[in-house]
Ligand binder design. Structure first.
Ligand code: GRF
Length: 213
């Protein structure tokens, strides 16, 4: 493992988000109030009416709706997302509730530089179809005593990249998927910011970028 983000003077963050964007907002707030030494430079969403794009506008950050509707060919969509990230000099890509697979061009160009947060203790309750309330329903159905959140590197498969950080919280006897979701989300906001802080300070090292052959 080696840490390669210290060689940039400003760490530019690019977000990919499909929904309300509360994790993204927590990170933007931490950048704005000086808790994180990084600059949110661009927000890309596949959903034109996402909260994430509204938040981009309110925060004065460039926002783009890039989706299969606009770019039906997956290769073209992958390329336009990559070009948008590069045009905004992004060093680290943050997935914040992005409900699409990352294309191979973006994945290769940002190898080991794309992170995601998932609302469970991966590898439990991850993978295709495990998102939103379904995760919390599955945790309760399995009778888990604890749950939590995981920040991980993004690989070709859903929720399978190297785990960078996890935080646990107890499942209470009277929890419903909704009450669990609320508590896990609060943990996520703190964990995502804290993990980024550790990446920026070098406390958490990211693997080398892949050698481009
Ligand atoms: C979060 O629970 C995150 O773990 C998952 O998607 C949800 C996004 O929520 N990947 P928000 O859009 O950040 O509010």
């Amino acid at each position: 493992m080696s840490y390669l983000l210290t060689d940039v003077t400003t760490l530019n963050l690019g977000f990919l988000a499909s929904g309300r964007g509360s994790n993204m907002q927590a990170i933007i707030d931490a950048c704005r109030d000086g808790r994180l030494n990084a600059k949110p430079t661009v927000i890309i969403s596949n959903n034109a009416s996402s909260g994430a794009l509204e938040r981009a506008q309110s925060a004065g950050i460039a926002g783009y709706h890039l989706s299969r509707k606009k770019h039906p060919d997956p290769c073209s969509l992958d390329l336009v997302i990559l070009q948008t990230l590069q045009r905004h000099d992004v060093n680290l890509v943050i997935l914040a509730g992005y409900m699409q697979k990352i294309g191979p061009k973006v994945l290769n160009s940002f190898k080991n530089r794309i992170i995601n947060i998932h609302p469970s203790l991966l590898p439990k309750f991850g993978g295709r179809g495990m998102y939103g309330m379904k995760v919390h329903e599955a945790v309760l159905a399995a009778g888990e005593k604890e749950t939590g959140a995981t920040v991980h590197l993004v690989s070709e498969e859903y929720d399978e990249g190297v785990i960078l950080a996890q935080r646990t919280l107890p499942v209470e006897q009277n929890d419903t998927p909704v009450t669990l979701a609320v508590r896990v989300l609060e943990v996520e906001h703190n964990l995502y910011v804290e993990t980024l802080r550790k990446i920026i300070s070098g406390e958490i090292g990211l693997p080398d970028k892949a050698i481009q052959l």
